[in-house]
Design a protein around this ligand. Structure first.
Ligand SMILES: [Zn+2]
Length: 152
């Protein structure tokens, strides 16, 4: 997908309308479409630079985007009176990512708001065995962190 095909890039370029609530040099935040909102005040936060997902993000991309997530989360507490937030992201094949421009959902929470944060049940597919050992082995073989596009 090129940025011209990306609805989030079109919002950033003001080609598509959106209700923008925050913007700085590197990140932007706007409301999802009404049918996609989990709560009043649910917002998306994303880097202005087109990245498909977490696996294309550099340290600088992450620093800028998470800093914007924090600023927006503060606004949900201070402006809306939220008592907490959930921060959601989907990245990579089979993660249920629907728009392939890296983004976080920031969902304000209140006592008794009826949202369920954690899905019930457990995954029936994926790695089996000593998963902690496999992850530790990965890190023991790697001398530098990822900082740029990686694809599984
Ligand atoms: Zn994009």
């Amino acid at each position: 997908m090129t940025p011209a095909d990306c609805v989030f890039c079109r919002i950033i370029d003001r080609i598509e309308p959106a209700t923008i609530v925050f913007e700085d040099d590197t990140a932007i935040s706007f409301l999802p479409l009404p049918a996609d909102r989990l709560a009043d005040g649910h917002v998306l936060v994303l880097p202005k630079r087109h990245l498909r997902d977490l696996f294309e993000a550099t340290q600088a991309d992450l620093d800028a985007t998470i800093h914007a997530v924090r600023r927006v989360a503060d606004s949900l507490r201070e402006a809306l009176g939220a008592t907490g937030v959930n921060i959601l992201n989907a990245s990579g094949q089979h993660s249920d990512q629907s728009v392939f421009h890296f983004h976080f959902h920031v969902v304000p929470r209140w006592r008794g708001d009826g949202l369920r944060t954690w899905p019930a049940g457990t995954s029936t597919h994926g790695a089996r065995g000593d998963v902690a050992g496999m992850i530790r082995h990965h890190f023991s073989q790697r001398t530098t962190p990822n900082d740029g596009p990686t694809r599984a």
